[in-house]
Design a protein around this ligand. Sequence first.
Ligand code: GLN
Length: 310
Amino acid sequence: MTLTAILEDIADEFRDVSERGVVANYIPPLACVDPTKFGMAVVEADGQIHTVGDADEAFSIQSISKIFGLTLALDAIGDALWTRVRQEPSGSAFNSIVQLESEYGIPRNPFINAGALVVSDVLVSHYGVQEAQQKILDLVRPLTRDAKNIVIDRNVALQEKETGFRNAALVNYMRTYNNIENPIEKTLELYFHQCALTMSCHQLAEVGAYLMTGSWNPITGRQVTSTLHARTIMALMMMCGHYDASGSFAIRVGLPGKSGVGGGILAIAPGVASVAVWSPGLNEYGNSLLGTRALERLVQRTGWSVFNAY
Ligand code: GLN
């Protein structure tokens, strides 16, 4: 069976499913997204692209963007990053504050909000708020053949700011431990704009291909980051990419993956494929319900789990 046929099978299976999870409702632009949307895209190592459903519709990638912020921060300051954020699973919700007190303001990993806020702070120190946003766009756009609607949605960023009290609390709290260097408004501004990055599954799967190749842009042949950084990011995706559901994602899907509250997931089969899926309804952990299930099906059919021994 071809990969396109497998994707069509998966989309067919989910077409009439009634239990689709709950769409994020903390800001109107996310709350009003049609919960029946479903798209999936796969970029294979040889460059072939397969898509199904709403794979060309742009959506808010939210926390998937933490991958790109992390890539830039590692390129900017290298291992010094690990003095400010750890490399361990948290076992807590994405926006949790509980561990910060016992761990002296050092977040467990760069994919929970606290850790991603530290990453944003690093980028603000290094580049400033405006240039860092441009750096994010300059990182992702050359990775796709058609980058025209890859944008930072200013309305989403503004609404994130207006409702982002928990993120403000996290930054303020870490600042009391001197783990935030910049005025909190600047660090938050970059974080909210990064979260507001918008693209389609088709584009996201292409963008993610630099992790699949171990750091190379398959289109230009240029190196995007170091091979060590790509490996580090994928290890963190495996351990921390789905917050307190990362363990079950690793068991069910067996690929490094990163979710966002917009309902997207990027999953990487190293050396084999870059996969993006979008279904806006979330499970109780804030990860796409059908997106996770779709990746589980794909891996069952292709044998792409990194834990496959045969
Ligand atoms: N903008 C969201 C937040 O900071 C991102 C969270 C997510 O996608 N898990 O709360």
